[in-house]
Design a protein around this ligand. Structure first.
Ligand SMILES: Nc1nc2c(c(=O)[nH]1)N[C@H]1C(S)=C(S)[C@@H](COP(=O)(O)O)O[C@H]1N2
Ligand SMILES: [Mo]
Length: 198
């Protein structure tokens, strides 16, 4: 039996806790097509080749579980999340990056993207999640695969993850291009891009 006390975890500055798990994202919920779905790893790989894994191949990899709150940069925090999935660092091992790689771009369906520093992507708690609280992710929350970066604001974790691009310099993703902070550390309150100049 899972027994979680909700609402006792400390909150980052400016966040308020909401009940349940509201759905929030930009654009429509994509339909999953098993025959064409691949997770691709591309860009500055060590071998120069692109890697592509089917969902079955992902599902065969060792998994881990994390418990975390999710902090949306709009100010809401939801709790009681237990994610199961493949550690993002596994990508690092199976598809090694070239020596000059400093950042990754995590790509989702419909071109949504989020840029991450290496250390944030390969952090031990960063996960490519397939399950939430013991159940397969729902379509609205990112089925079949969702990046969860528990120590950053929600926009750094694409739902419907489809690609990891290795980059040799930083580049803005979807929300980072639209006024949100490049680093997105909720504990430091790094919410908006104008704060990058402070
Ligand atoms: N593909 C995609 N992933 C996304 C988003 C999006 O617009 N598209 N929004 C992000 C933001 S801003 C947040 S707060 C979380 C919300 O996740 P939830 O709907 O599961 O609560 O998804 C993140 N992942
Ligand atoms: Mo968000």
């Amino acid at each position: 039996m899972r027994c979680v006390v909700v609402g006792t975890e400390p909150l980052p500055p400016g966040q308020r806790r909401v009940k349940g798990w509201p759905v929030s994202h930009y654009g429509p919920v994509p339909r999953f097509r098993q025959d064409t779905w691949r997770l691709q790893v591309f860009g500055a790989t060590a071998s120069g080749t692109t890697y592509a894994w089917t969902l079955d191949e992902i599902a065969a990899l060792p998994t881990t579980t994390i418990t975390t709150d999710l902090h949306c940069a709009s100010g809401t925090t939801t709790g009681d999340h237990e994610f199961l999935g493949v550690p993002a660092a596994t990508v690092w091992e199976l598809a090694p990056p070239g020596p000059r790689v400093t950042h990754v771009m995590a790509w989702a369906e419909y071109g949504y993207s989020a840029n991450l520093r290496l250390a944030d992507f390969a952090s031990p708690r960063t996960l490519m999640a397939t399950h939430h609280n013991g159940e397969q992710l729902t379509a609205e929350h990112g089925f079949p695969l969702r990046l969860v970066v528990p120590h950053l604001y929600g926009y750094k974790g694409p739902k419907w993850l489809r690609g990891i691009e290795y980059m040799t310099q930083d580049r803005h993703g979807f929300w980072e291009e639209r006024g949100y902070h490049n680093i997105a550390d909720p504990w430091a309150g790094l919410r908006y891009s104008y704060q990058e100049d402070e």
